[in-house]
Design a protein around this ligand. Structure first.
Ligand code: CA
Length: 230
């Protein structure tokens, strides 16, 4: 499975930060913009796999931008979830009318939002085979948060799960401790680099029990790599 990029467009800073954090914790790569203008330039850099779009934005509104994106050629395939504080049925119809793929009303729980995003990604065929990654004899079930080797379930912590998820979606490449901290723990948290080593050691210990410890390799002087071939 590939990396999934979500573009968050939300003018309220606190909500934007909350969404960025929650999405990041759930394994998505997040870019966030405060308005349509910023979002448009971000899209030129990187085409998102899904847009989480606030209805009410300064300048061009979310619903108007959704209509333009869906009518245009370049970005019409990108799923859009409209976020709004307005819960009226009429708005919902209007949102879906302009081509939005789903609609979520504030306030909503992070869990509900993630579930909606996954449902839309699945429906639009972006989430791979039921959110499952299989590599090196190991299977990662993103929905159920389970890691298995054959019939055996691995007792990994949520952090170790995210670490494995990152490794398995980026196999064969070497990542430094700093890069792993950014990608797995998130840039906003301050954690020492040796925390990465601690979690890698724990993961290897678990993998040894299944004779799969060679999956996580140390690249001396640089960092770590997940690879099927040693
Ligand atoms: Ca707003």
């Amino acid at each position: 499975m590939m990396e999934i990029n979500v573009l968050v467009v939300e003018d309220e800073e606190a909500i934007r930060e909350m969404l960025t954090m929650v999405l990041g914790q759930s394994g998505f790569t997040v870019h966030a913009a405060a308005d349509v203008q910023i979002a448009t330039s971000m899209m030129e850099e990187k085409t998102p796999d899904l847009i989480l779009l606030d209805w009410m934005l300064p300048g061009i509104s979310g619903v108007e931008w959704a209509r333009r994106l869906k009518k245009g050629e370049t970005y019409s395939e990108i799923p859009i979830i409209l976020v709004t504080a307005r819960g009226e049925e009429e708005d919902k119809v209007r949102g879906l009318d302009v081509g939005a793929d789903d609609y979520i009303t504030k306030p909503f729980s992070p869990r509900e939002m993630i579930a909606r995003i996954r449902a839309v990604l699945r429906r639009t065929g972006k989430f791979g085979k039921g959110g499952k990654i299989e590599l090196g004899g190991m299977a990662l079930d993103i929905e159920q948060h389970r890691v298995t080797i054959g019939e055996a379930e691995l007792a990994v912590s949520p952090t170790e799960f995210r670490l494995l998820e990152f490794f398995m979606t980026h196999p064969g490449r070497v990542y430094s401790r700093t890069q792993l901290l950014d990608q797995v723990w998130g840039r906003s948290t301050y954690i020492e680099e040796r925390t990465v080593d601690v979690h890698i050691r724990r993961l290897r210990k678990i993998l040894i029990g299944h004779k799969r410890e060679e999956l996580i390799q140390t690249v001396r002087g640089f960092g770590y790599r997940f690879s099927e071939s040693s």
